[in-house]
Design a protein. Structure first.
Length: 131
């Protein structure tokens, strides 16, 4: 995605403008798949701006709509973005099992894993795993 200039503020403004364009086009052309995708990334940009509560809510809304459509493509990446947003907000990610919140399990340590066993789980209302 072209960012315009290198300043973070300009990049954020550019991204938000493109997301608005995508949302408008998806409504005009009946491309329902783009709406939840845009909501996820729009929420992520909001969290980058420090609008954590609003951004996380938008991301969760988009992810729930994405999954309701039966789409699982990119869900692990979306979960990583959501976990990053919770981390920046200073909160624990409700989608992450307790054992992977900031520490590795004994089994993960013995196998050299990072403790991110939660990658690939879905987010439902209230943080419940969907898959």
């Amino acid at each position: 995605m072209r960012m315009g200039t290198n300043s973070p503020k300009a990049q954020t403004s550019y991204r938000l403008a493109r997301f608005r364009d995508l949302m408008r086009l998806s409504s005009e052309k009946g491309l329902a798949l783009f709406k939840p995708w845009v909501a996820i990334y729009q929420g992520w940009v909001w969290t980058e701006q420090g609008r954590f509560e609003e951004g996380i809510a938008q991301m969760r809304h988009g992810m729930a709509a994405w999954q309701a459509m039966g789409t699982q493509f990119a869900c692990p990446f979306h979960l990583a973005l959501l976990a990053e947003a919770y981390l920046k907000a200073g909160q624990a990610c409700p989608a992450c099992p307790e054992r992977s919140r900031g520490k590795r399990s004994r089994r993960a340590k013995s196998k050299g894993r990072s403790g991110a066993e939660h990658v690939g789980r879905g987010i439902g209302p209230g943080g419940a795993s969907q898959w």
